[in-house]
Design a protein around this ligand. Sequence first.
Ligand SMILES: Cc1cc2nc3c(=O)[nH]c(=O)nc-3n(C[C@H](O)[C@H](O)[C@H](O)COP(=O)(O)OP(=O)(O)OC[C@H]3O[C@@H](n4cnc5c(N)ncnc54)[C@H](O)[C@@H]3O)c2cc1C
Length: 335
Amino acid sequence: MDGRHSDILVVGGGPAGLHAAFYAGWRGLQVQVLEARPVLGGQLQALYPDKVVYDIPGLPAVVASEVVSNLVAQLSGLPVSVQVNATARHLSAHNGGWRIATDDATFTARAVILAPGLGALTARAARVAGAEVHPGVRTEVPEAAALSGKHVLVVGGVPQAVQSALELVDAGAHVTLTHRRAGFRGHPAQLARLDQLRMEGRLEIIAPALMDRLTSEDAVLLEHGTERRVQADTVLLLNGYLPDLSPVQTWPLNWNGDYVPDGTGGQTVLPGVFVAGDAAYSGGSFKLISVGLAQAAIAANHAVHHVNPELKVRPGHSSEKWLAPRPRGPGEDGV
Ligand SMILES: Cc1cc2nc3c(=O)[nH]c(=O)nc-3n(C[C@H](O)[C@H](O)[C@H](O)COP(=O)(O)OP(=O)(O)OC[C@H]3O[C@@H](n4cnc5c(N)ncnc54)[C@H](O)[C@@H]3O)c2cc1C
């Protein structure tokens, strides 16, 4: 049984996928984005949300996570739906268009824009003694509100560990944050807040400390060689991510290693299937945000024309067209 239908399916919620969704949505088409991770943003959000990026046109220095927030904000008001925790696995022809199956749903569309980047960013496996006996070990961050009132041990020095610890405190969890090194990575504002919460006694930090083992009810840390037992209903092991392209590499796209050959407009060998971003061969392995955004704009507009030939490939200029919510120009004080 086929699930949701849209005009265009975008595989991957990184910068290329989000910008492709923007363009197709802005042209008035229904867009469905499928993202394997629980959150959007691709490599920027998973691998370096705290780092400053200097080579995005018009933004001299911007934190990667803010690039993501802005790409997402740009979708506001457009006919774009997002499905997270959805890894696109199978592609098949359907009624002149395409059907994509994830683990628990199918999606159909007239065109597909593939923007998988380096691959589905999956959490690194947890290798902690006793992980199999503790009932609450997680490697992906759950909805913070679900852990309200619980004792949560967050393990890791990556930005996700800091962000999760803050969100969990806000949600009313009793949080302990630990890492084998003394320092944590994160947005400066988040690091400052972490310090403030620690000083207020609203969050405990045990670092540097080694995670020695988990038992069925708590965690045992080694701090300066001394054992410390930490109460933990949930243990979040946040170790970063590994990319996995294999779910889409079975698709018959004449893959050239990690790249999909593309012609004019990002068109692949399958009619109505386009590619953009790090995975597009035409990018010449540049793997840059600015390159991916340009490819996304081109692929999305070709996909729009493929779906509805009455719509021209070239989109015209956004500055000349109405786009809700319309920002006011100089001298304009209302609609
Ligand atoms: C540490 C680091 C620093 C960087 N710094 C810069 C910089 O300063 N400037 C710059 O221009 N570039 C930089 N880059 C490169 C830049 O991040 C990439 O070029 C960019 O993220 C590519 O965007 P994308 O949308 O093609 O892919 P990605 O960002 O990789 O996003 C792809 C998304 O698709 C999802 N996905 C994959 N497969 C599936 C599937 N089967 N189903 C559903 N979802 C799927 C993934 O989970 C991911 O979220 C940096 C990269 C790294 C690792």
